[in-house]
Design a protein around this ligand. Structure first.
Ligand code: SAM
Length: 229
């Protein structure tokens, strides 16, 4: 049984071949995918010994040792000597996910799909995708225990349909999420809108050359939100 967040991640994984789950912790996702015959083989990557031990324990409990391999390593380096059809990086901050992809470029040529679930700052991940020949094919916003999680699904169709002006707005809000405008998305951005208003008021009080750029950025973001909310 997966959380709603990981259920959505599982939905976007290619239903074939090998999946690599980077930062797998308890290996819930690989065990679920292989245990249910959705994928044939999985690699659970972990940079830390503690979570790696949890992953190994979970794999053993489910008697999946011959189909799910837990490997110690930083980011995509656990793909050394292996091939994965889908790579998942979930449950980390957007900037860390973008770094893991950037540092792991040499392991990506054989990968067909990326499923990425940034806990915060998803815009870093979206920008990385479009700057590196990937494009979003689907997105979801899922609410769980009061937090809204964004799940991004990308392949190599390599189309960037956005003009320079449109690009930043799309990367910030998510092109598919902006169209769906589901309850989770709306609740996340309504909160963010109120917070931006408060920050803007504070910046206005401290008005000086240093806050000028931030004010411009706030104003832009507030305008984008007014367009979708
Ligand atoms: N992916 C699981 C999920 O979404 O539920 C676990 C998320 S957990 C919050 C993040 C995990 O990523 C931790 O177990 C941490 O050790 C691991 N991690 C952080 N940086 C990593 C890196 N550079 N390479 C591999 N694993 C990493």
């Amino acid at each position: 049984h997966l959380s709603r967040r990981l259920e959505k991640v599982a939905e976007y994984v290619l239903h074939e071949g090998t999946i690599a789950d980077i930062g797998s912790d308890h290996a819930y996702l690989p065990v679920y995918l292989v245990g249910n015959g959705i994928c044939e083989y999985a690699i659970a990557g972990e940079v830390n010994e503690g979570p790696l031990a949890s992953a190994k324990e979970k794999i053993r409990q489910n008697q999946l040792q011959d189909k799910v391999e837990a490997r110690l390593g930083n980011g995509l380096e656990v793909l050394e000597g292996r091939k994965a059809d889908t790579v998942v990086v979930a449950g980390m901050g957007g900037p860390l996910i973008a770094d893991i992809l950037e540092n792991g470029q040499s392991y990506l040529p054989d990968v067909k799909r990326l499923v990425l679930q940034p806990n915060i700052a998803a815009d870093h991940v979206r920008r990385w995708l479009y700057k590196n020949g990937w494009s979003l094919i689907e997105e979801a916003a899922v609410e769980e225990e009061g937090h809204v999680y964004e799940v991004l699904c990308a392949d190599r169709s390599g189309v960037n349909p956005y003009s320079k002006d449109e690009f930043e707005k799309q990367m910030w809000l998510g092109p598919y999420l902006m169209k769906q405008r589901n309850a989770a998305f709306m609740s996340k951005w309504k909160k963010e809108y109120d917070q931006l208003l408060r920050i803007q008021a504070q910046l206005q009080m401290a008005e000086n050359a240093r806050t000028f750029e931030r004010q411009k950025e706030m104003k832009q973001k507030l305008t984008w939100l007014e367009e979708v909310l």
